[in-house]
Design a protein around this ligand. Structure first.
Ligand code: AMP
Length: 193
């Protein structure tokens, strides 16, 4: 693994612990000599993860859709900032550039981005890991919901197990590096779900 894609809130959240966790993740990524790939913003947890990686001497690539350049305030100090025409292209570029993905606490955008990575992995379009950094139990309910989806036979257990939940950034990076994609394909053996 040479690069990590981080999805996280464009807001800082309601507790300083979220910013602290984003900074810890940025430092850990840079400390391991990995490139950080993220949305390119200066605001919220997005800015915090990038600033920490840069301060630790890391390489940071940002990908920003043109329409959000003002709203999310593009970070001016990145190793490289790519401005792309659309949100679809931002996600495609990030998916291509990073070898593994982590969601830090965030809102609808964060969830949409990490779920896309997970669902594409489930379909066998790529073999890259997706994790949730479970800062202060932020993702506990989501994890319980995913279990519920398995219980209700909308999701296979091996696909649920693709998701990595860790509360500490070093453990998360270890788990991403050790990840092996399951062989279970979504559409094989469907009737036995
Ligand atoms: P949020 O988690 O909502 O604070 O947003 C975090 C990031 O996700 C920001 O860079 C948003 O631009 C991005 N985002 C918001 N909505 C979407 C969406 N529908 N699809 C993809 N990314 C989004």
């Amino acid at each position: 693994m040479r690069s990590v894609g981080v999805f996280c809130g464009a807001s800082p959240g309601g507790d300083p612990a979220y910013t602290a966790a984003a900074r810890a993740m940025g430092s850990a990524v840079a400390g391991r000599g990995l490139t950080l790939v993220y949305g390119g913003a200066k605001v919220g947890l997005m800015g915090a993860v990038a600033d920490a990686a840069l301060s630790a001497g890391g390489e940071v690539f940002g990908v920003m859709p043109e329409a959000l350049m003002d709203k999310e305030i593009a970070h001016e100090g990145l190793t490289r900032l790519e401005v792309v025409p659309s949100m679809h292209e931002r996600k495609a570029r990030m998916a291509e550039m990073a070898d593994g993905f982590v969601a830090l606490p965030g809102g609808a955008g964060t969830l949409e981005e990490i779920f896309e990575i997970w669902t594409w992995g489930q379909l066998g379009f790529h073999a890259k890991p997706a994790g949730f950094l479970n800062v202060m139990g932020y993702f506990d309910h989501l994890r319980a919901f995913v279990d519920h989806a398995v219980g209700e036979a909308f999701l296979k257990a091996p696909h649920r197990d693709m998701l990595i939940f860790k509360s500490e950034s070093g453990e998360m990076l270890d788990a991403l590096a050790a990840y092996k994609a399951p062989v279970t394909e979504k559409w094989i053996g469907r009737p036995e779900l």
